[in-house]
Design a protein around this ligand. Structure first.
Ligand SMILES: Nc1nc2c(ncn2[C@@H]2O[C@H](COP(=O)(O)OP(=O)(O)OP(=O)(O)O)[C@@H](O)[C@H]2O)c(=O)[nH]1
Length: 434
C-alpha cells in the first residue's frame, strides 16, 4: 500500500500548494499505461499516410487494425505548429510545457491509445499539420466515421484567417461523413494574450467560423469554443469537457455526485482520472478554475509524495492504490479531501472545516458513492458484453458510442436497493432516480 495520509493534516499546505507545474513527469508507479512508456513505444503505435511507398502496406494494415477497435476516437487537427502534439504530450504524457519547445513537426498520424481509466478508453489521433484531404492514401471517410470528437486547434498568437479556412473545410467534410461528431475548437496559446485580447479573439473566431458555416448552409453544425494554453490548467479543463461529452454515464455520475455532496455538507466534488487530471464528472454547481486547479495540485502532491515515501523498500508498489487517501486543511477554513474510487479514478472534495467534523458521515456516504460508481461501470461492462454477444445489427449498434451503451444505467445503491446515502441530519436518504 502507498500514499496513505489518512487523518493527517499538512500544516500550511494551502500556502505551498503550487509545486512546479507538471511534477508527474513519467511516474513509473502510476497504474500501467501501455502507451505511456517511452517515445519509442509511442511511435511504434503510430501509422502514417502520404509517406514512403514501402511503408504504405504496413501502414494500411495498422490503420485497419486501429479502425477495428471500438474505442472512441478523438482527433487533434489544425495547422502546422498550432500546438496539437504539445497538447497531447502535456495532457497525456506529463511532458512539461517548456519541453514542447523541442517537439519536432509531426509528419505521420500518431495514434495514442489512452486506457487511463476503466471506462474512459479512447484513442487520441494527432494529425500532421499538412493533412491533404485529396491525398488518395488519406481515407478521411473511414477516419471520421469512427470519430467521437474532432478538436481543431487554432494558434491565437498567429494570424488565424488561414486556420479558419482549414477549420471550415475540415468540419464540413467531417460532418458530411459523420454528423454525430462533437466539433471542438481550441483557441490555443492564449497565454500570450491580455484578458481583453483573449475574449476579443474568441468572439472573432466564433463569429467568423459560424458565419462561414451559415454561408455554406451548415447552420445545424455546432462548434464549441475553448480558450486554452498548455502553460496553465485551461488545457486540462477544456479536455475534461471534451471527454465528458463522450462518457455516456455522465448524467448518472452527476446525479450521484449531487446526492453525495448535498447529504455530506460538501461544497464541490470532482471525479478525476488520476493520470491525466481530466475530471470525468463533477456535481452540477458551476466549476471555478481556482477550485479545479487546487484539486489538480492536490493530486500532483499526493502522487509525488507517495512515489517518494509510499512505495515498499524494494521500490515495488504503486503511487496510487485502493488505500490512497489525503486530507489537507488550508489556512482559510477549507478542507480538501481525496480518496481512491477505482484504479484510475479519484474523488476530490472541497468542504468547510465545520462540515469535516462529521467525517464519519462523509466516509459512510463516500462508501455508498464508491459502490454506486463501481456498479455503474459493472453494469456498463455487462451490458456491453451482452449487446456485443447478441447482435451486431446496425439497429443495435446505433445507440452505442463506440461500444459503450448510451443512456443512464442506474446502480442499485443509487436506486436505494443496495444502500442509501445518509443525510447530514442523520436520517437516511434513498436515492432519487432521475
Ligand atoms: N505560448 C504557447 N506555445 C505553445 C502552446 N502550445 C504549444 N506551443 C508551442 O507551439 C510550438 C508548436 O507546437 P507543436 O505541438 O509541435 O505543434 P503541432 O501543431 O503539433 O505542429 P505540427 O506537428 O507541425 O503539425 C511549440 O514550440 C510549442 O512549445 C501554448 O499553449 N502556448
Amino acid at each position: 500500500m502507498s500514499g496513505q495520509y489518512g487523518g493527517e493534516t499538512l500544516p500550511g499546505a494551502g500556502a505551498n500548494l503550487h509545486p512546479p507545474h507538471h511534477t508527474l513527469l513519467h511516474h513509473p508507479h502510476l497504474p500501467h499505461h501501455p502507451q505511456l512508456c517511452t517515445e519509442e513505444d509511442f511511435c511504434k503505435d503510430s501509422f502514417s499516410f502520404g509517406v514512403d511507398e514501402d511503408e504504405e502496406d504496413e501502414d494500411e494494415e495498422d490503420m485497419a487494425r486501429a479502425l477495428d477497435t471500438d474505442k472512441p476516437r478523438i482527433l487533434l487537427m489544425g495547422l502546422r505548429r498550432s500546438g496539437k502534439s504539445s497538447i497531447q504530450k502535456v495532457v497525456f504524457h506529463k511532458m512539461s510545457p517548456s519541453e514542447t519547445l523541442f517537439l519536432e513537426s509531426t509528419n505521420k498520424i500518431y495514434k495514442d491509445d489512452i486506457s487511463s481509466s476503466s471506462f474512459v478508453q479512447f484513442q487520441i489521433w494527432d494529425f500532421p499539420g499538412q493533412v491533404d484531404f485529396f491525398d488518395p492514401t488519406f481515407d478521411y471517410e473511414m477516419i471520421f466515421r469512427g470519430t467521437g470528437a474532432l478538436i481543431f486547434v487554432i494558434d491565437a498568437q498567429d494570424d488565424y484567417m488561414e486556420a479558419l479556412g482549414r477549420l471550415h473545410l475540415t468540419v464540413s467534410r467531417a460532418y458530411r461523413v459523420n454528423p454525430h461528431i462533437n466539433f471542438e475548437v481550441f483557441v490555443h496559446k492564449v497565454d500570450g494574450l491580455s484578458d481583453d485580447h483573449k475574449i476579443e479573439t474568441q468572439r472573432d473566431v466564433h463569429q467568423r467560423a459560424n458565419d462561414d458555416l451559415t454561408d455554406a448552409g451548415l447552420d445545424q453544425l455546432h462548434l464549441s469554443f475553448y480558450l486554452t494554453s498548455i502553460y496553465d490548467h485551461s488545457i486540462f479543463e477544456a479536455f475534461s469537457k471534451v471527454v465528458q461529452k463522450l462518457i455516456p454515464q455522465l448524467p448518472t455520475l452527476e446525479n450521484l455526485l449531487n446526492i453525495f455532496i448535498s447529504n455530506s455538507g460538501i461544497e464541490k466534488v470532482f471525479l478525476f482520472d488520476v493520470l491525466s487530471k481530466i475530471y470525468v464528472a463533477t456535481d452540477s454547481s458551476p466549476v471555478d478554475m481556482q477550485s479545479y486547479e487546487l484539486c489538480c495540485d492536490m493530486i500532483d502532491m499526493v502522487i509525488d509524495v507517495s512515489s517518494i515515501y509510499g512505495l515498499k523498500e524494494d521500490g515495488s508498489g504503486s503511487a496510487y492504490d485502493k488505500d490512497s487517501l489525503a486530507i489537507i486543511k488550508l489556512n482559510n477554513t477549507t478542507v480538501l479531501y481525496l480518496k481512491e474510487v477505482t484504479k484510475f479514478l479519484t474523488l476530490v472534495c472541497i468542504l468547510r472545516e465545520e462540515s469535516f467534523e462529521r467525517k464519519g458521515l462523509i466516509d459512510y456516504n463516500f462508501h455508498c458513492l464508491r459502490k454506486a460508481i463501481h456498479e455503474v461501470f459493472e453494469v456498463t461492462v455487462v451490458r456491453r458484453n451482452c449487446v456485443e454477444d447478441e447482435l451486431y445489427s446496425p439497429e443495435v449498434k446505433a445507440p452505442l458510442l463506440n461500444g459503450t451503451p448510451r443512456g443512464p444505467v442506474w446502480p442499485a445503491a443509487f436506486l436505494g436497493r443496495g444502500g442509501a446515502f445518509k443525510q447530514a441530519d442523520n436520517t437516511s436518504a434513498s436515492g432519487v432516480s432521475g
